[in-house]
Design a protein around this ligand. Structure first.
Ligand code: ADP
Length: 568
C-alpha cells in the first residue's frame, strides 16, 4: 500500500517553528557580524572573503527585526506583543533614516556609532552607511512587523504583501550574486547589499509570512490539499531554474559549450523538469483523491456505528421508561386505596405521608414520561398527524390541566386568543403537549402571586402561541442552552420543582418536526416569553389574508367562539 499524502491537516505548528527559526537565525547572524567587526574577522562580516561585508548598523537592524519577529508570535501575551511592536517601530525608523540619509545626502550620525575605525577603512562612501536597498528593506520589514496582526475586511494581510516584496528583493540580490549581475544587489559603486544581508532579509520576510499561517494567502501553503501541492512543487519551481541558469552561465563563461548547445541543453532540461513536475502533480492529486475516498469510507462507517449506538440508547431508554411506568402507576393506585381507608382507618400523620408518596410519584412519573418522549423523538418513532386546526382548539381547556398548580401558587392566569378562528397546520396533540410544557415551566418558575398568560396571534404565514410569565427570568447567556437536553439554569431550584431538563428540548424538536419553532425572550428577574410559532393553514381562505388583530374586539362566549379572552 502506498504511504498516505501527509500534511492535509493544518501545519500551523511547523509554521510557528519556521517563524521562530527564522528569527533565531537572523538574530544570530546580526550578533556574529558584530563579533566579526569586533575581532576583525572577514569571514563573519562578509560570509565569504572578498564579498561586500554587512556593516554594523545593518547587523543591529537584523537583531532588532529578529527580536520583533520572535516576540510577535500568534499566542504572544500583551507585554511581549507590545515589546515586539516597539522593536518593529524602531526598525521602521532605522529604515526611514537610512533612506532619508541616502536620498537627501543627510547625516543622522548613526552610521559610525559602532566600530567607526574599522568601518572607515572600507572603500565605502559614505562610510558606515547601509545600502539604499537595505534601508528600503528595513522600512518595509518594520512596517510588515508592525502590521503582523492586521487584516483587511476582505481577509487580506498587508504584512504578507510587504514581506513577500522583501523576499523578492532579497531573492533578486541573491540571484545577482549567483550570476554576477552587480546591478541586482548594488545601486552605487561603493556600496551594495551584502550576500549575507540578502539572506537575512529573505529569512526575516519568510518568518513574517509564516507568523500568521491561518490568515491571508498563507493557508494555501499550510492547509488542505493545495498546501501539499504547493509545498512539494514550490521549491523545485524556484530553485531548479535558478540552478539551471547558473550552470548554463558557468558553462558559457568557461566556453565549455557553444551558445546553441547551451540553449538546447537548457531547453531539454527544462522540458524534462516540467514533465517530471506534471507527473509528480498528477501523482499527488491522485493520492489525495484516494486518501479522501478512504477517509470518506471510514467516516461513513463511523457515522453508521454512532447512529446504531444512538438507536440502541434510545430503544433502551424507551423500554426502561415504559417498564418504570407500570410500577409507578401501581404505587399511586395502592396509595389512593390506603388514603380512602379501604384497608382500615388512616391516621392524619399517615394521610400526610400518603400524600407525600403521591406527590413524589407524580414528579417521578413526569420525569419518566419526559425521558420516554425524548427517547421516542430521538429514535424517530414518533408519528405526526398533521391537520388543519383552528387556533382556539389548541389553547382552550389546557388551563384545566394546570389549575391545581396555578391555585397552589396563587398565580393569575389569562388566556387571550384574538385570532381564534385562524387555522394552524399541526398535530393537535403535540401542540397541546408543547403548550402544557411551557405553561408548567412558567408556573414552576414564577413566584407565588405572579402572572401567567397564554395568547395566540396570527402573523404573515405563521400563528404564534405565546406563554408569558412574570417569573424569575433566564440569564441572557442561557437563552439558547436551555433548549439543549438536560440543561437547567439552576439545578437546585429545579430539584425542588422536579423536571429533568428535557421539556424544552422535546418541545423544540416537536415544533420543528411540524415546521414550526419555539423561541424565548427573557429579562432576568422580570419574566419570560416563550413563543411557539406554527405554519398557518390555508384551508379557510378568509383566515389567510386577514391582518392580525383585526378581530380583537369580536367578543363571543369562549367555548363556542374562536376568539377567546379568559381570566382565571
Ligand atoms: P425542566 O423544566 O424539566 O427543568 P425544561 O427543558 O422544560 O426542563 O427547561 C429547562 C430549563 O429552562 C429549566 O430548568 C429552567 O432553568 C429554564 N426555564 C424554562 N422555562 C422557564 C421559565 N418560564 N422561566 C424561567 N426559567 C425557565
Amino acid at each position: 500500500m502506498r504511504t498516505p499524502v501527509i500534511g492535509i491537516a493544518v501545519a500551523t505548528d511547523s509554521s510557528d517553528r519556521i517563524r521562530r527559526g527564522a528569527a533565531a537565525i537572523v538574530i544570530l547572524m546580526g550578533v556574529l557580524v558584530l563579533i566579526g567587526w569586533r575581532v576583525g574577522s572577514d569571514l563573519l562580516t562578509r560570509g565569504w572573503p572578498g564579498l561586500i561585508p554587512m556593516i554594523p548598523l545593518t547587523a543591529v537592524g537584523f537583531i532588532t527585526g529578529g527580536l520583533a519577529l520572535a516576540l510577535l508570535g500568534e499566542r504572544a501575551g500583551r507585554t511581549p506583543r507590545r515589546a515586539g511592536l516597539a522593536l518593529a517601530g524602531g526598525l521602521t525608523l532605522l529604515g526611514v533614516t537610512i533612506l532619508a540619509e541616502r536620498t537627501f545626502g543627510w547625516n543622522a550620525g548613526i552610521d559610525l556609532i559602532l566600530f567607526p575605525n574599522a568601518v572607515r577603512a572600507l572603500p565605502w562612501l559614505p562610510p558606515g552607511r547601509p545600502a539604499i536597498n537595505s534601508g528600503f528593506n528595513f522600512t518595509v520589514m518594520g512596517l510588515a512587523l508592525l502590521l503582523t496582526n492586521r487584516a483587511t475586511r476582505r481577509g487580506r494581510r498587508p504584512a504578507e504583501a510587504l514581506a513577500a516584496f522583501t523576499v523578492a528583493v532579497s531573492f533578486l540580490a541573491i540571484v545577482g550574486y549567483l550570476y554576477g549581475v552587480r546591478e541586482f544587489y548594488s545601486f552605487s559603486r561603493f556600496s551594495g547589499m551584502a550576500l549575507i544581508t540578502a539572506v537575512g532579509f529573505a529569512l526575516l520576510g519568510t518568518g513574517v509570512l509564516f507568523a500568521r499561517p491561518r490568515a491571508g494567502t498563507m493557508p494555501v501553503f499550510v492547509r488542505g490539499a493545495s498546501s501539499v501541492l504547493a509545498r512539494r512543487l514550490l521549491p523545485s519551481a524556484v530553485l531548479l531554474p535558478v540552478l539551471l541558469g547558473w550552470i548554463w552561465l558557468s558553462a558559457r563563461r568557461t566556453e565549455l559549450v557553444t551558445r546553441e548547445v547551451g540553449v538546447s541543453v537548457f531547453v531539454l532540461i527544462v522540458v524534462i523538469v516540467f514533465v517530471a513536475l506534471v507527473v509528480r502533480t498528477a501523482d499527488v492529486v491522485n493520492r489525495l483523491g484516494e486518501e479522501r475516498e478512504r477517509l470518506l469510507v471510514r467516516e461513513q462507517a463511523a457515522r453508521a456505528d454512532a447512529e446504531a449506538a444512538n438507536r440502541a440508547k434510545s430503544e433502551f431508554l424507551a423500554a426502561m421508561s415504559h417498564e418504570l411506568r407500570t410500577p409507578l402507576n401501581a404505587i399511586v393506585g395502592y396509595a389512593e386505596l390506603m388514603e380512602m381507608g379501604i384497608h382500615g382507618p388512616v391516621t392524619p400523620a399517615q394521610q400526610e405521608n400518603l400524600q407525600r408518596i403521591r406527590r413524589s410519584q407524580r414528579v417521578l412519573l413526569a420525569l419518566v414520561n419526559d425521558v420516554l418522549n425524548f427517547a421516542k423523538l430521538e429514535s424517530g418513532r414518533l408519528q405526526y398527524v398533521i391537520e388543519d386546526v383552528p387556533a382556539h382548539e389548541l389553547v382552550t381547556g389546557i388551563e384545566a390541566l394546570v389549575l391545581p398548580q396555578l391555585d397552589a401558587k396563587r398565580l393569575s392566569y389569562e388566556l387571550t386568543c384574538s385570532e381564534g378562528d385562524t387555522i394552524v397546520r399541526a398535530d393537535h396533540e403535540k401542540v397541546r403537549q408543547i403548550i402544557l410544557n411551557l405553561l408548567t415551566n412558567s408556573i414552576k418558575f414564577t413566584e407565588p402571586g405572579g402572572r401567567v398568560t397564554l395568547s395566540c396571534h396570527a402573523r404573515d404565514r405563521a400563528v404564534l402561541l405565546r406563554v408569558v410569565d412574570s417569573g424569575i427570568g433566564i440569564p441572557a447567556d442561557k437563552l439558547e442552552a436551555i433548549f439543549e437536553p438536560f440543561v437547567q439554569v439552576d439545578r437546585a431550584l429545579t430539584r425542588s420543582h422536579g423536571g429533568a431538563g428535557l421539556g424544552l428540548a422535546i418541545s423544540r424538536d416537536l415544533a420543528r418536526a411540524m415546521g414550526g419553532e419555539v423561541s424565548v425572550q427573557s429579562v432576568l428577574g422580570e419574566g419570560s416569553v416563550f413563543t411557539l410559532s406554527l405554519p398557518r393553514g390555508a384551508s379557510l381562505s378568509e383566515s389567510v389574508d386577514r391582518p392580525s388583530g383585526e378581530s380583537v374586539n369580536r367578543k363571543t362566549p369562549a367555548t363556542a367562539s374562536p376568539d377567546l379572552t379568559r381570566v382565571h
